[in-house]
Design a protein around this ligand. Structure first.
Ligand SMILES: Cc1ncc(COP(=O)(O)O)c(C=O)c1O
Length: 372
């Protein structure tokens, strides 16, 4: 038995004709950057997310970077987020010139702990800190507790920028990821629930001024051609990727439903006293980007599954504050105990729409048989 962690070829086979014909159309058009396909996809995905505007950019990292700059974050400012995220959340904060401030997570959902966020914002305000934005991460496809996060941030007059890079199709209390904060940032990295065939990213917002500013920032700060009104960057979602994403967007909800079906099957079949299953908050629609279990002997379980042909991954093995690149922040082990404990125990199992029920049964059986 060989079950890969994900299988993009299997997905392509289900939509191959449409994808190849749309890519050919772009090649035939002779127009590759900032064209009608991007404009169409921007409208489609913004509307899918329940936002008035959408801006296609070069990657999820760039989406976060440009959103922070558009929100006025700059050198000397602080941006609050979690330590158990993909490193690019922090790269974006650093690109904007700001300093990351971490808040520990709720250990059951792996998203920002609202009580600790509240304490952090109060402490930073008392210390004369300059918190200019909060970036909750909808990790693994589940929304952070946005009701609580938005209320706390409103009380401190701090804007919320959603890191929705793993949350295409996620909802919290009926609201889509990307429609709750001032801006929402998505990644179209190929393995995401909605993935391009290369890098890509997106910012959603319902503020027209921010939308204009993001469009400038992604294109050298230009309002009109060769007329830069601000200092910008080069970060654009190209026409090939936009066309591919328009095709794939039609399937996103079905794919998310299938991911949820498979996740429920895992939930019902995994029966091992040492395994903690993922927890879904009642108010949220989980997009199931990743299916993450916990086990105290995680490394041994991972090796056992590998020996039996099942590939798994760890998202993420080292919390950002403990990565070599961020030691200068002076936050050692013990700073964020929930994130650190989770990093030692979490394991992501294969989960993608093309996985079969039989694959899930086989993986669950292996986990149940694992005794350590
Ligand atoms: C939570 C999170 N934030 C940011 C990013 C960065 O996205 P990209 O790889 O498109 O730059 C990712 C992608 O892996 C992510 O998972």
């Amino acid at each position: 038995m060989v079950i890969p962690f994900f299988d993009l070829k299997a997905q392509l086979l289900t939509i191959e004709d449409e994808i190849k014909s749309t890519v050919n159309d772009v090649l035939d058009s002779g127009w590759f950057v900032l064209g009608e396909r991007l404009e169409r996809f921007e409208g489609e995905f913004a509307s899918y997310c329940g936002a008035a505007y959408g801006i296609g950019v070069g990657s999820g990292t760039e989406a976060l970077h440009l959103a922070l700059v558009a929100a006025g974050v700059g050198p000397g400012d602080e941006v609050v987020t979690v330590p158990n995220t993909a490193v690019p959340t922090i790269s974006a904060i650093r690109f904007a010139g700001a300093r990351p401030v971490f808040v520990d997570i709720d250990p059951s959902t792996y998203t920002i702990d609202p009580v600790k966020l509240s304490t952090c914002l109060r402490d930073r305000a008392e210390a004369g800190g300059r918190v200019k934005a909060v970036v909750p991460v909808h990790l693994y496809g589940q929304s952070a507790d946005m009701g609580a996060v938005l209320e706390i941030c409103k009380a401190h007059s701090v804007p919320v920028i959603e890191d929705a890079c793993q949350a295409h199709g996620t909802e919290d209390n009926g609201k889509k990821a990307g429609s709750m904060g001032l801006m929402g940032c998505f990644s179209f990295y190929p393995s995401k629930n909605l993935g391009a065939y290369g890098d890509g990213g997106f910012v959603t917002t319902s503020d027209p001024l921010l939308a204009d500013s993001l469009k400038e920032l992604r294109n050298y700060g230009q309002k009109e051609r060769y007329d830069s009104v601000s200092e910008g960057f080069n970060s654009r979602l190209d026409e090939v990727q936009a066309a591919v994403l328009s095709v794939k967007l039609k399937y996103l909800d079905n794919w998310v439903d299938r991911r949820n079906e498979l996740a429920s099957l895992y939930d019902s079949l995994i029966d091992h006293e040492k395994v903690t299953l993922p927890v879904t908050r009642d108010s949220s629609r989980h997009a199931r980007h990743l299916y993450v279990i916990r086990h105290p002997e995680r490394d041994a379980l991972m090796a056992y599954l590998k020996e039996n042909g099942v590939s798994t991954l760890i998202h993420y093995p080292i919390p950002v504050h403990m990565q070599q690149a961020y030691r200068w922040l002076g936050l050692g082990e013990g700073s964020f105990t929930e994130a650190e404990k989770a990093a030692r125990e979490i394991l992501s199992l294969p989960l993608y729409p093309e996985l079969t029920d039989q694959d899930v049964r086989s993986i669950a059986r292996l986990i149940n048989e694992f005794t350590k």
